[in-house]
Design a protein around this ligand. Structure first.
Ligand SMILES: [Zn+2]
Length: 233
């Protein structure tokens, strides 16, 4: 998944997805940190065009009250609009949330009632918000953070049912142990999978199969029988 968290990033993600159609899938949306200049009239058209062009999800969108450079009400406006767009075009949401749990719970509940599915990405929040998301039919994605020495919430890692679990890099950030401090990249997701398997007392293959099936279901990805390593010319 190549995240297009603003207009330029989304067009670059779409170009990569077109170049590697079996391996790379694009998203398009407005990240809460980019929401300061969000205007529906200007931003909705390119987000909708990206969906038509093959983007598989809207996002990252969401709420981040940890940093104060975008006013919370402006973040909520951009997020609410993207939830509406997701309902309208039938695409899932990739949601970023930090220090904004009550408002995220409200938004996820409303999205779920509107039939919108999504994922709380790079999740490290409360069990309560995770329960709200799972009840709404959503997914929870873990990153390399769960491999860090300071990670303590293995109960959260066990709380997510196997059919709602996802894994991500959040590249270039958050490279898992033992690659911590390096630029993160997709191949390092295996360390997060290994950690999930250990904490959940299952096998790496079982986690790998589950997160692959879950990603295909949530994002409507094609199932490919004979992967080629050659990029399309
Ligand atoms: Zn994020």
């Amino acid at each position: 998944m190549c995240i297009g968290e603003a207009q330029t990033a989304a067009s670059r993600a779409l170009a990569l997805a077109a170049q590697y159609p079996r391996f790379v899938f694009a998203t398009a949306g407005v990240h809460p940190g980019e929401a300061g200049t969000y205007e529906r009239q200007r931003d909705e058209p390119w987000i909708r065009e990206a969906m038509t062009a093959g983007a598989v999800a809207i996002g990252e969108c969401g709420l981040d009250y940890h940093y104060d450079h975008v006013a919370p009400e402006q973040q909520r406006l951009a997020f609410a609009d993207q939830i509406e767009m997701a309902a309208s075009v039938g695409k899932p949401l990739i949601v970023h949330t930090r220090d904004a749990e009550p408002d995220t719970m409200t938004a996820v509940r409303e999205a779920g009632s509107a039939g919108v599915r999504g994922v709380l990405h790079c999740y490290t929040g409360s069990h309560e918000l995770a329960d709200v998301a799972l009840s709404a039919g959503w997914y929870i994605s873990f990153s390399g953070i769960i491999t860090f020495a300071r990670w303590t919430d293995d109960a959260l890692v066990r709380l997510v049912p196997e059919d709602r679990l996802l894994v991500e890099t959040d590249a270039p950030y958050l490279a898992p142990v033992p690659k911590r401090g390096r630029r993160n990249e997709p191949q390092f997701a295996r360390y997060t999978v290994e950690r999930l398997a250990t904490v959940r007392n299952t096998s790496i293959d079982a986690i790998g199969a589950a997160v692959t099936a879950n990603a295909r279901r949530l994002l409507h990805l094609p199932v490919l029988s004979s992967p080629s390593t050659e990029p399309r010319a």
